[in-house]
Design a protein around this ligand. Structure first.
Ligand code: ZN
Length: 81
């Protein structure tokens, strides 16, 4: 389905775009659905792509932590100075 671009169930070429799908166990998958019969196929992703996603998730966490620290400190400094 991913390579052929054809739904194996109904033969339609009207497939949805490939989307990211994340299982609760931190497993990343790709999901492709057929717009005609709503059949869904799941794909595992490459290891390096998975690592990139985990890393970008970590960067997001870090930036949230930094923002969470910087804003209160900035507010305190504004009042003190
Ligand atoms: Zn289909």
């Amino acid at each position: 389905m991913r390579k052929s671009g054809v739904c194996p169930k109904c033969g339609s070429k009207d497939l949805g775009v490939e989307r990211d799908f994340r299982l609760p166990g931190r497993e990343f998958l790709k999901i492709i659905s057929c717009n005609k019969c709503k059949f869904v196929e799941l794909y595992t992703i490459d290891n390096d792509e998975r690592e990139r996603k985990i890393r970008s998730g970590n960067i997001f966490l870090w930036s949230m932590m930094i923002i969470g620290f910087v804003i209160p400190i900035g507010v305190v400094l504004l009042f003190v100075i």
